[in-house]
Design a protein around this ligand. Structure first.
Ligand code: PLP
Length: 478
């Protein structure tokens, strides 16, 4: 059926089949008068198909797409949780969706920006926020530029930063972009920062501080977190907190109370706004009072005359995004926070941890667990000890046959053959149990019929691609 439609779309249909539509009554020679010859083209290939075939073509294509509205999406470190429809409805209200950013600043939209900054301040403990960054990595860059400017202002040049090997991949990339060189810290066997190595690295006077992902990409909370921030501060450094995945902490603990000076949040993960497919994100940055003057401009501040936009701070790192960031995403996150309230947010934190640990305990019956301890919102299994040397890639491809999106694979690099699973708090027990059932089935197949797993996927429109050729000789269009 689907392939037939593709054929009709690509080849076009004999016109006589659709001859009930009256012929165009414009003489094509008239067109020459309406459209200048220089703009007319005869060489573009538009299929000669009626509307219904076009609609079918695109609807069938869209049915091949996979998203959080289709099924479980356990992609580790991505927090592909359900995006509540109420947030969509609210964002589409004309007061939000049809305003122009150059409109008078004294309006409700500025109040929304102000209010959500305050709420994020409560959630993280930070004093000032900017909502400009368009993504997590963009926020990291902003946070690091703030850190840099802070030291420059004090007349100190610090151009190194410590990043544990359990950090998200964007951390070292952002640090390089901000002009830092990176000192990598190897995690200990618990997946945590080794304090003695940290102390040693901080003795280097050029070190600006640490950039820590917490929970880290191994899904664990660093139990020495307060010691880490103290060591960095005692040696004159600043502490940056990658809070892209704050889900498991929501309403339970705060980066500021752990001793951090700068934090970024991913609204498009923690606060359930849609993402993936390159859609817009939002990566607000929160800082302590000492760093607030360095935030990007314009800032919104509250005065006796209401909210005003401040543009004149000479310490600011400057503007880093047009207007106020991705406003539609910010409104959705605001609606989400208000709808849940403090009790609801705490429940999100608890459920994110519970769901991940539920899966972890059930999967460890068959799969190898490199860090066998309570996890946060995600955890890692690996292909170590898989029967018949079935690999992580084989498992990920076979999962697709069951209509489920595969977890993150081969990341973090510190675990060989890693499979990083993040169920999120929005999955029901029924869907978690289904995932476990599929994973057990794949393990049993690896024992009894390994070729079936190795040759998967069997049910997807495109079978296994040659990843090497795809990377070396990509065909980007046909
Ligand atoms: C997703 C993620 C990032 C990067 O966020 P983007 O919006 O994709 O740039 C950074 N750190 C962590 C821990 C993340 O999970």
């Amino acid at each position: 059926m689907t392939s037939n439609i593709k054929l009709i779309f690509e080849k076009g249909i004999e016109e006589e089949l659709y001859n009930y539509v009256p012929k165009m009554d414009i003489d094509s020679t008239d067109l020459n008068e309406i459209i200048p010859k220089s703009l007319q083209r005869n060489d573009i290939s538009i299929p000669n198909v009626p509307e219904i075939e076009i609609v079918r073509h695109f609807v069938n294509l869209s049915n091949k797409n996979y998203g959080v509205d289709t099924g479980i999406y356990p992609l580790g470190s991505c927090t592909m949780k359900y995006n509540p429809k109420i947030s969509e409805t609210i964002e589409r209200m004309p007061g939000y969706s049809q305003i122009h950013p150059l409109q008078d600043e004294n309006q409700g939209s500025i109040e929304v920006l102000h209010n959500i900054s305050k709420l994020l301040g409560e959630i993280t403990g930070m004093d000032g926020f900017t909502l400009q960054p368009a993504a997590g990595a963009h926020g990291e860059l902003v946070g690091l530029l703030i850190m840099k400017k802070y030291f420059e202002d004090k007349g100190i040049i610090k151009d190194k930063i410590i990043i544990p090997d359990s950090a998200h991949g964007t951390n070292p990339a952002s640090a390089r972009m901000a002009g830092f060189s990176i000192i990598e810290l190897k995690s200990n066997d618990q997946g945590e920062v080794p304090i003695d190595h940290l102390e040693y690295a901080m003795k280097d006077g050029d070190v600006a501080g640490i950039m820590l992902t917490n929970p880290n990409t191994l899904g664990v909370f660093d139990r020495q977190i307060k010691v880490i921030t103290k060591v960095v501060h005692d040696n004159g450094g600043l502490c940056y907190y990658d809070g892209a995945n704050l889900n498991p902490m929501l309403g339970i603990c705060r980066p500021r109370d752990m001793g951090f000076d700068i934090v970024h949040l991913n609204l498009h993960k923690t606060f359930a706004t849609p993402h993936g497919g390159g859609g817009p994100g939002s990566g607000p940055i929160g800082v302590i009072n000492d760093l607030s003057p360095y935030l990007p401009e314009p800032c919104i501040i509250s005065t006796e005359n209401g909210l005003v936009c401040r543009q004149s701070n000479n310490k600011s790192i400057g503007r880093i995004k047009a207007f106020w960031g991705n406003f539609g995403i910010i409104v959705r996150a605001y609606a989400y926070i208000l709808a849940l309230g403090s009790e609801g947010l705490k429940r999100v934190g608890q459920m994110a941890v519970l769901n991940a640990n539920y899966l972890r305990v059930l999967l460890k019956k068959k799969y190898f667990l490199p860090f066998n301890r309570i996890c946060q919102h995600e955890f890692i299994i690996s292909d170590r000890n898989m029967p018949n040397n079935v690999t992580t890639e084989d498992i990920a491809k076979r999962i697709l046959d069951f209509g489920i999106y595969a977890p993150t694979i081969y990341f973090p690099l510190v675990v060989q053959g890693a499979i990083m699973i993040e169920p999120t708090e929005t999955e029901s027990k029924v869907s978690l149990d289904y995932f476990v059932e599929i994973m057990e089935k794949i393990y049993n197949e690896a024992e009894s019929d390994p070729e079936k797993v190795r040759n998967s996927p069997h049910n997807t429109p495109i079978k296994r691609l040659d990843a090497v050729i795809a990377a070396r000789k990509p065909v980007l269009h046909d």
